[in-house]
Design a protein around this ligand. Structure first.
Ligand code: ATP
Ligand code: MG
Length: 392
């Protein structure tokens, strides 16, 4: 017998007090959106659970793999659904459910009932013992083990009766869209896709900005970033990606300023452009993938100078992560293989051999005064950005 319904258990939303309904609705609509590509589903919020029922043909494996990626889900279970009647009917349903799946097997089990519908004529302990006894007498090869059973036979009495045995782990976190919109500085590297994923997992709706330096960077480098945005969007929902041509600004800085300050100056202009794009979208924070001390531009002094022009918070969820842990996460979200493709990034084409590691804000600001007319270049870079809607 194939499952057609999933019972979704959510993570922290359960403790959100008056906001709970809003979190639940957001999660339900996110689930509805991602499942559009797997079939027709009815998604219902009821009693600290969300139930998802297929209405016609649907792709089971695809449905499971899509639900697994939705932020805000602690775990979910494929369930058999029965009409709620009385205890004898429930026992009959549980025995036939068990029989179809495990009837001929030698295994141990334990019944575990949750009764949200308090008017049901039997309480949970009674349901457990009655169902347990009926299963034992119907199938001679099974026995009860209350400590370490092979199978938990779970029963939930709600508006309907749900019976199931499996619990599939979700990614946890909070529903995307409940924490405002932020703008991710997305490069083709390992770190920034992971940073975006982590913030989306805490409920943030993402936009992304990629700085591109054609002809020094190739179309392949852009396609790699698009692919990474798609991978992040498979968790985060739709992402608007701004592909900004940074060549003119980069060349100008290269011509006018000390080369050991190139990277930090470039970073400050990235900050300014990302912030302007963020404001135009009602976005309230910038996100990037630095980890403290990883390279010269990621010292505390460099980050201080990079952030100074921002005018909105800079979120760096990887700041205290070791590289190994970031790589582990990158693999887990399915980005690593793409991130390590060896295409050039705009930051790697004009790097100084000995970049400053402890830039001084006043000196950097002094050197920025040499960049007369750069405001127009910024306007042009923003005005000509190529915008793509990624994921859906
Ligand atoms: P990543 O693996 O994310 O590229 P990284 O270890 O290569 O990071 P840096 O090159 O110092 O580190 O970049 C630090 C952060 O600055 C990146 O995580 C990203 O958020 C942002 N960034 C760097 N280059 C770009 C770019 N070309 N476009 C957009 N953001 C960028
Ligand atoms: Mg990089």
């Amino acid at each position: 017998m194939e499952y057609r319904t999933f019972l979704i258990k959510y993570a922290e939303i359960g403790v959100k007090g008056a906001n709970r309904a809003y979190f639940e609705r957001t999660l339900a609509s996110n689930i509805e959106r991602v499942l559009r590509s797997a079939g027709q589903f009815q998604v219902k919020v009821a009693d600290t659970r969300i139930s998802v029922s297929a209405e016609g043909d649907f792709d089971y494996d695809r449905t499971v793999s899509l639900i697994r990626k939705v932020p805000g889900i602690a775990s979910f279970s494929p369930v058999a659904e029965f009409e709620r009647r009385d205890l004898p009917a429930l026992i009959g349903d549980a025995v036939s459910f068990f029989g179809e799946r495990f009837g001929d097997k030698a295994l141990s089990f334990k019944c575990d009932t949750k009764r949200s519908y308090k008017a049901f004529p039997a309480q949970s302990p009674e349901i457990n013992s009655e169902v347990g006894a009926a299963v034992l007498s119907a199938f001679p090869n099974v026995h009860v083990d209350v400590h370490d059973p092979d199978v938990y036979l779970r029963i939930e009495v709600r508006d309907r009766v749900f019976i199931y045995t499996d619990d599939i782990e979700g990614i946890g976190g909070l529903p995307t869209g409940t924490a405002g919109r932020m703008t991710l500085l997305l490069s083709g590297g390992i770190d920034s896709p992971v940073a975006g994923f982590l913030m989306a997992k805490r409920g943030v709706q993402l936009d992304a900005v990629y700085f591109n330096a054609p002809p020094y960077t190739s179309e392949r480098a852009l396609m790699k970033v698009v692919k990474l945005a798609e991978i992040v969007a498979s968790y985060a929902g739709p992402i608007r990606l701004y592909n900004v041509n940074f060549t003119e600004i980069q060349m100008y800085i290269y011509d006018k300023c000390p080369h050991d300050e190139l990277t930090i100056l470039m970073r400050r202009y990235m900050t300014r452009i990302a912030e302007r794009i963020a404001r135009s979208r009602g976005s309230i924070g910038l996100i990037s993938g630095e980890s403290l001390g990883q390279v010269a531009s990621q010292t505390a002094e460099s980050l201080y100078v990079t952030d100074e022009p921002a005018g909105m918070p800079f979120y760096r969820p990887l700041i205290a992560f070791d590289k190994m842990d970031i790589v582990g996460l990158s693999e887990r979200i399915g980005a690593y293989e793409t991130s390590i493709l060896p295409y050039e990034d705009c930051c790697t084409i004009f790097v100084a051999r000995h970049p400053v590691t402890k830039p001084k804000l006043d000196i950097i600001q002094e050197h920025e005064k040499l960049l007369e007319g750069i405001e127009e270049m910024i306007d042009k870079a923003i005005g000509t950005a190529d915008v793509r809607e990624i994921g859906g």
